[in-house]
Design a protein around this ligand. Structure first.
Ligand SMILES: Cc1ncc(COP(=O)(O)O)c(C=O)c1O
Length: 391
């Protein structure tokens, strides 16, 4: 029998989150008499650890899919996705352009090298391009002062039939915590794209969920938002939980108690004796450790649910196990169900916060050895995935 740990991926939750975000955008658009933005569902990093297959099923209603890896993009096309696919970091090598062309992918062009690749390549069909502009994050993108020249070169490629649809994009660095910094980035974007028609894309989850931010772009320019994390039911904000935002967890990590220890007052638990009991404590040992992707920095006090009751972790996380306090969880013994995060347990964000990180990292870091079960969309059959399938 395999270890009892499982990650359950809920397609209905993913569908709900996409619908929830889309409906809110449509509501805002109606109130302002605007066209609603279209939605790129971001499925990079194997759909944030949920698996590209699951991303395809959960976000089948999205207008487009955005990711990084050429191989993931090709997998989406081969699985039958006919809509737009955007490579958020564009091409890494001239040879990529051939594949981009064959599979009809949209590419970001964020630097001189990528611009030259397009100028030197001779794609069979026009390639759709998003000129990426660095408006203050200083990660990817042309500096605002260099964007106009890059745009002119792309426009020339468009006239020559190498580039198809030409649009613009940028990425916000503080949409989750600083409205002024975000407005400043938006203002740089608006200034430098004033003469760049075509679709514009600026909003990640935090910006998409910030009421009305997308309305700051001119109504004449079609707009695409690029939410990622919120579609998986994790909040991009420190101050607002996923539940408060109306999102549902797409991933639930569960396991079971595999041993129980009666720890006397003064006894300590686990490596380094990081927890010492002040009163007699029933300790449950759970089949889940950092080799499963559970964060080792989560210490005593991290929330966990055992047999439907909220309790806490005790001491250090081991490679394959962790310890929980069963003192108040009456009747919970070997075999008792444990929810590490997700439906029926603490949110992934609460666990991440206890470990000094963010939900993104926990979801993406789920180890390949953890078996996945997929809850299908209503009317579809469920299945268990081999971990390899989920890469
Ligand atoms: C360019 C770009 N757009 C959109 C996203 C989605 O961001 P989030 O998951 O915060 O919604 C990311 C994620 O890092 C990104 O790099």
């Amino acid at each position: 029998m395999p270890r009892p740990i499982t990650a359950t991926i809920s397609i209905p939750a993913m569908q709900h989150n996409l619908r929830h975000v889309t409906e809110s955008l449509h509501r805002q658009a109606r109130e302002c008499g605007r066209e609603p933005p279209r939605v790129w569902a971001v499925i990079k990093a194997g759909a944030y650890g949920h698996g590209i297959d699951q991303g395809l099923r959960g976000f089948a209603a999205a207008d487009g899919l955005a990711m990084l890896d050429l191989s993931e993009a090709v997998a989406c096309r081969e699985a039958g996705w006919a809509g737009p696919i955007m490579l958020l970091e564009g091409c890494f090598d001239t040879s990529d352009i051939d594949i981009v062309d064959t599979y009809g992918l949209t590419v970001a062009v964020h630097c001189e090298d990528q611009l030259r690749m397009l100028e030197q390549a001779a794609p069979r069909g026009p390639v759709d391009v998003k000129l990426k502009i660095n408006t203050g994050m200083n990660r990817l993108g042309f500096a605002a002062g260099a964007a106009a020249a890059a745009w002119r070169r792309l426009a020339a490629l468009r006239r020559g039939g190498v580039v198809g649809e030409l649009g613009t994009m940028t990425h916000f660095s503080r949409a989750d915590d600083d409205a002024d910094a975000t407005r400043a980035q938006l203002s740089v974007f608006l200034d430098c794209t004033a003469d760049m028609p075509g679709p514009a894309s600026v909003c990640n989850s935090a910006a998409t969920l910030t009421s009305g931010l997308w309305l700051g772009l001119p109504s004449a320019r079609p707009q695409w938002v690029r939410p990622g994390i919120c579609l998986y039911g994790s909040s991009p904000f420190e101050e607002r939980s996923a539940g408060q935002l109306g999102l549902r967890p797409a991933m639930t990590l569960t396991s079971r108690i595999i041993a129980v220890q009666e720890c006397p007052a003064g006894g300590s638990v686990g490596y380094g004796h990081r927890f010492t009991a002040s009163v007699p404590t029933r300790v449950g040992i759970v089949a889940c450790g950092y080799a499963d992707g559970y964060p080792r920095h989560a210490g005593t006090g991290t929330p966990v649910t055992v047999a439907g009751r909220p309790t806490i972790l005790l001491g250090r996380i081991s490679m394959d196990m962790l310890a929980v306090d069963l003192t108040q969880v009456e009747g919970a013994g070997i075999g008792a169900p444990v929810v590490l995060w997700g439906e029926g347990g603490p949110s992934v964000d609460a666990v991440a916060e206890a470990a000094g990180t963010v939900g993104y990292e926990l979801l993406c870091a789920l180890a390949p050895r953890v078996p996945r079960t997929v809850v299908p969309a209503a009317g579809a059959a469920g299945r268990t995935c081999e971990p390899e399938e989920m890469q």
